[in-house]
Design a protein around this ligand. Sequence first.
Ligand SMILES: Nc1ncnc2c1ncn2[C@@H]1O[C@H](COP(=O)(O)OP(=O)(O)OP(=O)(O)O)[C@@H](O)[C@H]1O
Length: 674
Amino acid sequence: MNQQDYEVAVLKMSLEKIDRMLAYVQNIPIYRGDDFTQQVLEERREAMRQSLRIAKQEPYFARLDFLEFDRDEKKSLYIGKVGVHDDKEEQPLVIDWRAPVASLFYSFNGSEEDVYYESPDGIVEGEIQLKRNVVIRARELRRVVDSYVEGQESSGGDEFLLYKLGEQKDNKLKDIVSTIQAEQNSIIRSDVRKPLLIQGAAGSGKTTVALHRLAFLLYEYRERLKAERMMIFAPNAMFLDYIAQVLPELGVGHIQQSTYVDWVLQKLGEAYEVESTEDRIFTRFELQVEPEYQAVMKEKGSLTFRNQLKKYVEEELANRMPVNDFIPWAHGIVKKETIQNWLTQDFVHSPPLKQRERLQARLKRWVEIEVRMFEDEKERKEYKTEGLKAVRRYINSWKKPDELKLYLHFLQQKDYPVSPLLRSGKLMFEDLAPMVFIRQQLIGIDKEDRFDHLVIDEAQDLSPFIISLLNDYTKKGGLTILGDLAQGIHGEEGIVAWDSFVKVLDENCTYVQMEKSYRSTMEIIEYSNGILKQIKNHPPLAKPVFRSGEPVKVTTYSLLFMLQWLKDVKAYETIAFLTRTKKEAEMLALELKEAKVSATLVRAGDTTYQGGISILPIYLSKGFEFDAVMLTNVSSHHYPNDSIHKKLLYVGCTRALHSLSLSYEGTLSPIIPL
Ligand SMILES: Nc1ncnc2c1ncn2[C@@H]1O[C@H](COP(=O)(O)OP(=O)(O)OP(=O)(O)O)[C@@H](O)[C@H]1O
């Protein structure tokens, strides 16, 4: 029997078993009662139903033949998105890709003679005899690709990866379980106790790897980590929509996905308004922020600003503490020294607003005990009423701090500009971290408010202050931070080097660089590197995998030419025109509409990404990818010779998977490589 026929037979048998198991669990009536043991069993059955439904379509994607030395026994292990275990058999039918043994599939490159993996029972040593990718679609075997067969010349393992990378993309990011690369595998599985900081070239798989890491952590540490307490922060709602499918595809649900701004708003409550994403983006990329205010924004994001604010709030709160004796009636007294003792010793671990509540409760209790000395009931009651009034007066003399007032006062003291909008509670992006920080100083952080694990994507656009704030809201070590300094287009708020984040996290954080880029063809990556090289102290250049495509084209602009280009790339699923400004995007959308081309104009603040033909300003394209990209109007007027425009162009060029063209009117920008 040849290998293809053999795998068809294995698939048939596996599907029969999976169908049988699914039919069995589906036939058990769902338990809705309140018996705890039954509820736990029902939860397990539901998880099994969900896994089997995933497995029923594409049970596995890989086979690994492993000879375990101690047992001298060869096993053919089939690896899938979810594990399937038939209780009647000793060996799992399908091994979950996150299981320790599956790690061998990703890390083995064909050159090691002996390999090992860490099982819960210790190190297991052995040798790999076969590493095979198996493509199954809708229960049918489509392809078998061997990347290693013992005794045969190694193919290098790239054939299957290249086949996957050559595919077209629709409007959603996909999982990569069948082709995770060794460097990505070690990031996904890296130590859960240490924060992880990733500098990754454009298209290196940062976002994808971070999502796979979450799925891995939930599998490996299911006793410790809860999906509901894990969070992904991405820059905007449309990007969240774009990545939303990956975790469900991996069989993982309930992980929260949000933007940093929405999280802040939820923390601060409805009293505040935040500048809209549209306004913020428009001001930054089209109106240009005044250099003096850019400096203010940068300072507001610094750790120095955070430390000054901390000191200020602590001093303010200390100044507001009550300094008088508590005297509810003649000869009834709690001395100020006693109150100070309570505050500085008994309540020392409570945040100020809690201290205030605790002091109020303790004084009330004191009154209730003291009035027992009055034997006459009427008199007792009267003293009690008087005493409680006095408690209220005393506590009210300790002015309840208001976070906005504190912030405004601090800014004034330090000579920072304070706009009328800010006075009225409308916050700019750079004011969000300080406001949540003050709130945190006042009320502390509840246990339930802390994330078990937090992924922060596009972190190069966030400030050290924001990272330190988010670190406070995450359990120790639970941060995965990823970004690319080459794509740091929010210069006024973001960072130019990762050291400030390392300082926040802890010297022990794991820092990794991902240089290999998987998204684009060699031609596109080399072209984009030509732009990146022009930036002083640029981060490492992206290294392409060996996937060749068409050359990058630079031509003069005309509508006719655009329409011809659309015809040339019409076989692709996702096509994008990236303009420099919003206005140009709007005009092009009109022109294409008149030419009867159906395209979507993408705006800041959109919540879904449609795919097909999109028109959007270049600064909104970050994080996305398209089969074919046309950068319009790359003239010297739009892209002058400075670092922010080089970064914008770099972002734009690296969005293309297979085809990249640039067009211009007038004089070509000097930063465009020819
Ligand atoms: N191991 C892999 N196998 C197949 N495809 C991969 C692999 N790694 C990454 N990719 C693909 O490369 C593309 C880029 O991935 P992703 O968007 O996660 O990269 P990124 O580093 O976040 O990119 P950017 O910073 O440029 O937005 C995606 O299409 C992803 O599916």
